[in-house]
Design a protein around this ligand. Sequence first.
Ligand SMILES: Nc1ncnc2c1ncn2[C@@H]1O[C@H](COP(=O)(O)OP(=O)(O)O)[C@@H](O)[C@H]1O
Ligand SMILES: [Mg+2]
Length: 258
Amino acid sequence: MTTTESTRTSEPVLQLDGVRKEFGGVVAVQEFNLSVYSGEVVALVGDNGAGKSTLVKLVAGVHRPTAGQIRISGEEVTATDPRQVRELGIEVVYQDLALADHQPVYMNLFLGRELVTGPFRRLDKKRMARETQALVDELDVRIPSAKAIIRDLSGGQRQGIAISRATQWAKQLIIMDEPTAALGVAETAKVEELIDRLRRRDLAILLVSHDLDQVMRLANRITVLRRGVHVGTRMTEQTDKNEIVSMITGLQAADERA
Ligand SMILES: Nc1ncnc2c1ncn2[C@@H]1O[C@H](COP(=O)(O)OP(=O)(O)O)[C@@H](O)[C@H]1O
Ligand SMILES: [Mg+2]
């Protein structure tokens, strides 16, 4: 347990206790313990195959743990039900973004939750476009218009839209799986600013990233997985890239503790 965790008084937004996931005989994640609080960015790092995406899917309600418990604001997630998790205020931005390329930005923001109006329940496009514009303005995501078609946008703009959509619906926690992996330097900087803005809005963010410089810049805490084993969690200001690299690779005996 880190110092912050032991001195905190508020309830964690997300709490994982002894979480384990097996696929057939393969143990993808074992004995994973983590609490995430509002207003912080926690980075989840580890090599390919370490179990990061499995953990994301466990929290998202796509998979059920083989053992252990997942609580969202104290409430245990019992069903394998992504909708229940979304209703509890948790949104996931997946690596492929899951945007509808041929649809305008505003339809994407309301995908599956479209606003309707009148006795015939027609799509309320005006209101969706208006609310979308207000949100992207507030988050400083620069796009030509809320009516722009997704496929006409740059990679950075699309990522901005996927994150805006999550922000629109997430009341508590946003999980991002490699949000800047496909982006250039300037676009990455914009997304990092956006993540920082979400933290200041008191959301909790669980960030999966390969980019350790980014992790050191953004995260309050860093938690490391190696081949399904939870190596440990560090406060960013009390660690450095070298320690994190050795936790990821297991190449320094001193880091086997934790
Ligand atoms: N649906 C699945 N069925 C079987 N094995 C899986 C499944 N998903 C992940 N795994 C295995 O679990 C381990 C962790 O994978 P994953 O969570 O995707 O790692 P990461 O995202 O860190 O690269 C790997 O050995 C992977 O092959
Ligand atoms: Mg993965």
